[in-house]
Design a protein around this ligand. Structure first.
Ligand code: ZN
Length: 141
């Protein structure tokens, strides 16, 4: 698959967008930590129905869309473990949404790690050099 386009902060989507991302091979670049920020106020601003496809990780993957995760540092904490925690359950300090903001959009830990590593490498055309420990990759550092 080739792709030349990523949409950064693909955080609040409409249902019709997933087929469009897939058809056009657009990468969904997201920063999972922002689900904490947005989870506190987005539904109030967007309304319940429009907020349903916020942080729609499961929907993107189920449509065959490449996810590229990042931390968005220095806007958000650099530690990607915080984002990995969010993909399947809410941290204890996210009391507003103890089961996750939108539980239907949870993904597995391997899927989340893949989005942080291989997905992000693919998004910057570096998948042969980083993103995985693969025979044949030629690290440049
Ligand atoms: Zn950003």
């Amino acid at each position: 698959m080739t792709s030349a386009l990523a949409i950064e902060h693909a955080q609040h989507m409409a249902l019709k967008d997933f087929d469009r991302f897939a058809k056009l091979h657009v990468i969904a670049s997201m920063q999972p930590y922002h689900a904490i920020d947005d989870g506190r106020w987005a539904e109030k601003r967007l309304g319940h129905d429009r907020a349903r496809y916020s942080y729609a990780w499961r929907s993107f993957l189920d449509h065959g869309v490449t996810l590229a995760f990042g931390t968005d540092w220095p806007v958000a904490p650099l530690n990607p473990v915080l984002g990995l925690t969010l993909r399947s359950r809410a941290p204890h300090w996210m009391a507003k949404n103890p089961d996750g903001w939108i539980p239907e959009e949870k993904i597995t830990l391997p899927e989340a790690v893949g989005a942080y590593t291989m997905g992000s490498a693919f998004a910057e055309f570096q998948q042969r050099e980083k993103g995985s420990i693969t025979p044949g990759n030629s690290p440049t550092w």
